[in-house]
Design a protein around this ligand. Structure first.
Ligand SMILES: Cc1ncc(CO)c(N)n1
Length: 215
């Protein structure tokens, strides 16, 4: 049997993929020891990531070639706009990060990079390019979240950040994203590889930057 397209992309992204999934941030999150400063620095940036991410989901809805796929993206966008956004607001409250404080913080380089690559993927109007970025940002997160040891940390800010990325709905969505990219990606292999590899690097840099500003 030939290797799945998505597996080939992931292998091509090594060792960066594993550096992201095994990052110090992930290790500390798993044991519940991320400091509040680092967690706040990370979540402030990630809430901005979420905004661009919704734009990309919109592009997926617009470019998908089947009704079934559009429905799945629509349901996922609903979860992100509801449950996930609410998590951020509760976490900011718990960490004492006010709206004013958030507004005064500038985008880090990796946040700018994510905004740019998601906009660029959306502008291609190419479903495979959009899928390449979506695959990294969701599959890489499932990969580290699924490795969390039990029991999860007692602090909901840590525990829910893990369960948001490792639950049956999220697993199904990642399985769907991979099947879609396996199906349509090989016809635009070069574009997909370019977007995939650049996004994996951004994921690693995004974790790094939480420590650069939070420590
Ligand atoms: C940086 C980053 N990558 C992936 C995800 C998962 O959607 C996230 N929330 N943030």
């Amino acid at each position: 049997m030939t290797e799945r397209f998505t597996e080939t992309l992931k292998n091509a992204s090594e060792p960066t993929w594993s550096a992201a999934v095994g990052h110090r941030f992930v290790r500390e999150l798993h044991e519940g020891s991320v400091s509040d400063r680092v967690m706040a620095a990370y979540l402030v940036q990630d809430h901005r990531f979420l905004d661009s991410f919704l734009t990309l989901l919109g592009a997926a809805i617009a470019t998908a070639d089947t009704f079934e796929a559009r429905l799945r993206f629509g349901r996922f966008a609903g979860m992100v706009s509801g449950e996930e956004n609410t998590y951020f607001l509760r976490a900011f409250d718990a960490l004492g990060v006010t709206e004013e404080a958030r507004a005064a913080i500038s985008d880090t380089k990796p946040t700018e990079g994510f905004k740019a690559i998601m906009r660029q993927a959306a502008e291609t109007r190419s479903y495979p390019a959009v899928l390449a970025v979506l695959n990294v940002v969701e599959w890489l997160y499932l990969d580290w979240a699924a490795r969390a040891p039990q029991p999860l940390p007692g602090n909901f800010v840590h525990a829910e950040w893990i369960t948001l990325h490792d639950n049956p709905f999220f697993r199904d969505f990642v399985a769907f994203l991979r099947e879609e990219l396996d199906r349509v990606g090989p016809s635009e292999e070069k574009t997909c590889t370019d977007f995939f590899l650049r996004t994996v690097t951004l994921e690693r840099d995004f974790f790094d930057s939480a420590f650069e500003i939070g420590e």
